[in-house]
Design a protein around this ligand. Structure first.
Ligand code: DX5
Ligand code: ZN
Length: 214
C-alpha cells in the first residue's frame, strides 16, 4: 500500500509541515483544497500555496473539495500534479472535467462522500485513474473513521475485479494505527493527523507499514 500524507492538520505552519513530509518516505503529498462552498471551510489561496508547492519533491495528489473543479485546473497544472481528484457530488460536468484533466495529461481521480451511493460511481469507472473513497465527511482533518467504509471499499474492489478495470483505490479520513487494517486492500491511504500531529513523521509511516506487513 502507498501512503499519501495530508498536511491539512498539523502542529506547524503549512510550509514547515510540507517540508517535514517531503523528508519522509511517503509516496505522495496529499493537497487538500477547500473552497468554502462545497465544504464550510476555505483553506487556500492559489497565490499562497503555489510557492509552497511549486518545488515539490514528492508527487502531488491533489484533492479538490470545491464546487467547480474546472476553475482551478489551469492554475494547478503549473504544479505538475500526478493526480487531481474532484468530487462526484460537486459538478454536473463529471465527463467534461475528466476530459479536461486528460487533455492536460493529469491523472484523473474521482471522489465520493460517505453518504453517496457507491453505485453512482459506476458510469465513470472506466474513464478514471483513481477513486478516492472518503471515510469521513470532507472538510476537516482529525475526524473518526466511518466503519461502513470497509463494505463500500469491498463493493468497489469486487466491481473492479469483475469488470477487469485498473483504476486505483484511495481512502481518506481517520486512518491511524487502529483503522489501517480496516482498509488494508486499498492501493493508497491518505493519512493526515496521525502523521502530522506527531513528533516523528517517518516513525508514524513506518509503524503503519509494519502493521500492514505483520
Ligand atoms: C478531510 C481531508 C483529509 C484529511 C485527512 O476532508 O480530505 O485528507 O486531511 O486527515 P486525517 O487523517 O486527520 O483524517
Ligand atoms: Zn483529502
Amino acid at each position: 500500500m502507498q501512503i499519501s500524507v495530508s498536511y491539512l492538520t498539523s502542529f506547524y505552519s503549512k510550509e514547515k509541515t510540507i517540508k517535514l513530509i517531503e523528508e519522509t518516505k511517503a509516496d505522495y503529498l496529499h493537497v487538500d483544497l477547500m473552497d468554502g462552498l462545497f465544504v464550510p471551510n476555505k483553506n487556500f489561496d492559489l497565490k499562497e500555496i503555489t510557492p509552497l508547492l511549486i518545488n515539490h519533491k514528492l508527487p502531488l495528489d491533489i484533492h479538490l473539495m470545491v464546487l467547480d473543479p474546472l476553475l482551478y485546473i489551469n492554475d494547478l497544472k503549473k504544479l505538475n500534479p500526478e493526480y487531481i481528484t474532484f468530487h462526484l457530488e460537486a459538478t454536473k460536468d463529471v465527463i467534461k472535467t475528466i476530459q479536461v484533466l486528460k487533455e492536460n495529461h493529469i491523472k484523473v481521480g474521482l471522489s465520493i462522500k460517505p453518504q453517496t451511493n457507491i453505485l453512482e460511481l459506476m458510469p465513470y469507472l472506466s474513464f478514471v485513474d483513481l477513486v478516492l473513497v472518503m471515510s469521513v465527511e470532507p472538510g476537516a482533518g482529525g475526524q473518526s473513521f466511518l466503519k461502513e467504509t470497509s463494505n463500500r471499499l469491498k463493493t468497489l474492489i469486487n466491481y473492479r475485479t469483475e469488470n477487469n478495470l485498473s483504476f486505483k483505490i484511495e481512502v481518506d479520513g481517520g486512518i491511524n494505527n487502529n483503522t489501517i487494517l480496516l482498509v488494508k486492500d486499498v492501493d493508497i491511504a491518505v493519512i493526515g493527523s496521525y502523521i502530522c500531529k506527531s513528533n516523528n513523521y517517518n516513525n508514524q509511516i513506518m509503524k503503519i507499514q509494519s502493521i500492514l506487513n505483520d
